[in-house]
Design a protein around this ligand. Structure first.
Ligand code: NAP
Length: 524
C-alpha cells in the first residue's frame, strides 16, 4: 500500500489541511516520507458529525455483526504483513520481535471482545417482573441492560503503536460496545496509523456498516485533540499517554456545556517492595528480574517498575550490589521518539537536583545521543516523603532504590503514594502476614497487586485491571485492558412496563440470545 498522508473521514480518504509534519526515524533522526498535514477544523467536524449520524444504526447492529467487524479488523492487521511491521520499526525503533508480539496482542484484544459479544452476557441484563396485585402499590415490570454511549474519541500512546493505537484496546472495546470511533493518531507513528486506518476503512465498507463508524485524523498539536473532545457529537474519550495530556483532555471534557467522561490511562511508578524473608532467600534473583523489567524496551512501559524499597537484614547488601551491577551492565537503548528521550533527561535532571544519589548509569554499548541510559538512583525514606517528585513516574529506564530502616518507613511511604497502576510485593514464609498493614495500604493505591513477580507484562483477559486511582487513571472503577474495558462505553437503561414485543432481545422472557441474566433476584 502506498502511504500518501491520508486521513480517513467517515470512509473518505483525504489529505489534511493544516501544518505539515512527518514520521521521524528515532535513531537516525531523518524524516520519513510521506508528509502528513494536521486535520482541518472541517475534517474534525465531519468525522464527529458522521460518527454521530452512524451511532443509532451501529448501536442497533446485532452482536454478530459487530463481532464480524472486530474479527475482520484482526484479520486485516495480519494481512498488512511485513509492510506494517517494517513501518512500525522505522517509526518507533521497537525491535522486530516486540512488534510481532504487539501485533499478536492487538489481534487477541480484538478477538476477545468479539468472543464476548458472541457469548452476550456482558450486557448485564436484569429483569424484575411486575406484580399488579401488590398492595398498597402495584409493582411495575422493570428490565435493564447496558446500551452504547455514542461516538468515542480515541487517543493512543506512542509507546504501543498497535496495542494502544488506531485499533488498540480502546477502539476494540468501543466498537464492541456499539460506539462509532474517531481516532486521533499519535504523531510519532503516522505511517503506521495510515496503514491501519486504511485497512479498517476498507473492512467497514466491505461489511456495509455506516461510513461514520470509523474515522482516523492525524495531528500533532493540542488544537486537533481539543477540537475532537469539544465536539458535541462525541460522547466519551479514551486516552492513553502522559498525565499532562490526559488531564488536559479531562479538564476540557468537564468544561463542555455537556460534560462527557474521559477514561485516561496515564503514568505510574509501580513500586516494588522486597520483604525480609524473600530478600534473604532470593535477593539476587529479585534484583536480576527487577533490573530486566525496569530496562525492558528502554523502560517505555506504563507498568515499568520505577521504585524499589526494602528493609535492612540478611541479603539486603547483596541485593543492593546486584541492582547496581545489573543496571550498570545494561545497555542504553533507543526511545520511540525524541521527545521521550528529552523528557527522560529533563526529569532525571530535576530528580538529581533533589537529595538523590546516582548509584549506576549504564554506559556500555552505544550511548548515542538518540538513546537513553538505564540509571539507578537512590534516596532515603525521608527524601521520598519530603519530595513528591520522587513518587511520580520517570518515563524511561530509571529505578529509584529506597533502602529503609524499619517497617514504619515502608508504611509511611506507602501511605504517601499517589494512585498507581500496580504495586509488587516479594514475600516468603510469613512476610505477607507480618506486613499485612502495608499490603492493605497498597490495595487502596493501585489497580493490580502483584506477588513475587514484575509489573511489566499485562495479560489480556477478563480479570485484568489496568487502571488505578488518580493519577494512574481518571476513573479507578474501570480497566483499559481486558474484556471488562467494554463497560467504559455503555450506560444502563431501564424499560418500565414496556410492551414485551418491543423490548431488546436480551430482555425478553424467552431469552432468545441464551445469555446469563438476573431474573427476580436469581441468576439464570
Ligand atoms: P502523550 O504525549 O500524552 O500523547 C498521547 C496522545 O494525546 C497524543 O495523540 C497527543 O497528541 C495527545 N495529547 C497529549 N496532550 C494533549 C493535549 N494537551 N491536548 C490534546 N491532545 C493531547 O503520551 P505519549 O508520549 O505517547 O506516551 C508516554 C506516556 O504514556 C507515559 O507517561 C506513559 O506512562 C503513558 N502510558 C500509559 C499507559 C497506560 O495504560 N496507563 C500506556 C502507555 C503509555 P499530540 O502529540 O498531537 O498533542
Amino acid at each position: 500500500m502506498t502511504l500518501s498522508g491520508r486521513h480517513f473521514v467517515a470512509g473518505r480518504a483525504e489529505p489534511g489541511e493544516g501544518e505539515v509534519f512527518t514520521g521521524v526515524d528515532p535513531i537516525g533522526g531523518g524524516a520519513l516520507a510521506p508528509d502528513y498535514r494536521e486535520a482541518g477544523a472541517g475534517q474534525i467536524d465531519r468525522a464527529c458529525a458522521q460518527a454521530g449520524a452512524a451511532a443509532p444504526a451501529y448501536a442497533a447492529a446485532t452482536p454478530a455483526v459487530r463481532a464480524t467487524l472486530l474479527r475482520g479488523i484482526a484479520d486485516g492487521l495480519e494481512a498488512l504483513g511485513d509492510e506494517l511491521l517494517q513501518r512500525i520499526t522505522a517509526e518507533t525503533a521497537l525491535p522486530a520481535e516486540r512488534v510481532l508480539a504487539e501485533r499478536g496482542r492487538t489481534r487477541q484484544q480484538l478477538q476477545q471482545v468479539a468472543d464476548l459479544l458472541a457469548e452476550g452476557s456482558w450486557v448485564d441484563a436484569r429483569i424484575d417482573h411486575g406484580d399488579p396485585a401488590r398492595r398498597p402499590q402495584p409493582k411495575p415490570d422493570l428490565r435493564r441492560m447496558l446500551v452504547p454511549l455514542g461516538p468515542v474519541a480515541v487517543f493512543g500512546a506512542s509507546n504501543f503503536p498497535l496495542a494502544y493505537s488506531v485499533v488498540g484496546g480502546d477502539t476494540a472495546s468501543a466498537l464492541a460496545a456499539g460506539c462509532p470511533v474517531v481516532v486521533k493518531g499519535h504523531p510519532a507513528h503516522p505511517g503506521t496509523s495510515e496503514l491501519v486506518g486504511a485497512m479498517v476503512t476498507e473492512v467497514v465498507r466491505a461489511q456495509r456498516l455506516p461510513a461514520g463508524t470509523f474515522s482516523l485524523l492525524h495531528g500533532r498539536t493540542p488544537a486537533t485533540g481539543g477540537a475532537l473532545v469539544r465536539h458535541p457529537a462525541i460522547t466519551a474519550v479514551g486516552f492513553t499517554g502522559s498525565e499532562g495530556g490526559g488531564r488536559a483532555l479531562f479538564d476540557l471534557a468537564a468544561a463542555r456545556p455537556q460534560p462527557i467522561p474521559v477514561f485516561a490511562e496515564m503514568g505510574s511508578m509501580n513500586p516494588v517492595f522486597v520483604l525480609p524473608r524473600a530478600m534473604a532467600l532470593r535477593g539476587s534473583r529479585i534484583a536480576e528480574q527487577l533490573a530486566a523489567s525496569a530496562t525492558l524496551a528502554s523502560g517505555q512501559f506504563c507498568t515499568s517498575p520505577g521504585m524499589v524499597l526494602w528493609l535492612p537484614g540478611p541479603g539486603a547488601g547483596t541485593f543492593a550490589a546486584a541492582l547496581r551491577t545489573q543496571l550498570g551492565a545494561s545497555r542504553p537503548g533507543p526511545t520511540v521518539h525524541a521527545t521521550i528521550r528529552s523528557g527522560y533527561e529533563r526529569v532525571l535532571a530535576e530528580v538529581r537536583a533533589l537529595p538523590v544519589a546516582v548509584h549506576a548509569v549504564a554506559t556500555g554499548g552505544d550511548a548515542a545521543a538518540t538513546k537513553v541510559c538505564p540509571t539507578l538512583l537512590a534516596a532515603t525514606p525521608d527524601a521520598v516523603l519530603a519530595h513528591p517528585r520522587l513518587r511520580s513516574e520517570i518515563f524511561g529506564p530509571a529505578l529509584l532504590a529506597v533502602p529503609t530502616h524499619e517497617p514504619a518507613d515502608l508504611l509511611a511511604i506507602a501511605r504517601s503514594l499517589p494512585g498507581y497502576l500496580t504495586a509488587t510485593v516479594h514475600g516468603d514464609g510469613d512476610d505477607f502476614e507480618q506486613h499485612a498493614e502495608l499490603i492493605a495500604v497498597l490495595r487502596r493505591k493501585v489497580g493490580r497487586l502483584i506477588a513475587n513477580g514484575v509489573p511489566t507484562g499485562v495479560e489480556v483477559c477478563a480479570s485484568m485491571v489496568h487502571g488505578g486511582p488518580y493519577p494512574a487513571s481518571t476513573d479507578a472503577r474501570f480497566s483499559a485492558v481486558g474484556t471488562s474495558s467494554i463497560t467504559r462505553w455503555v450506560r444502563p437503561v431501564c424499560w418500565q412496563d414496556w410492551p414485551h414485543a418491543l423490548l431488546p432481545e436480551e430482555l425478553r422472557d424467552d431469552n432468545p440470545r441464551r445469555i446469563r441474566r438476573m431474573v427476580d433476584g436469581v441468576e439464570q
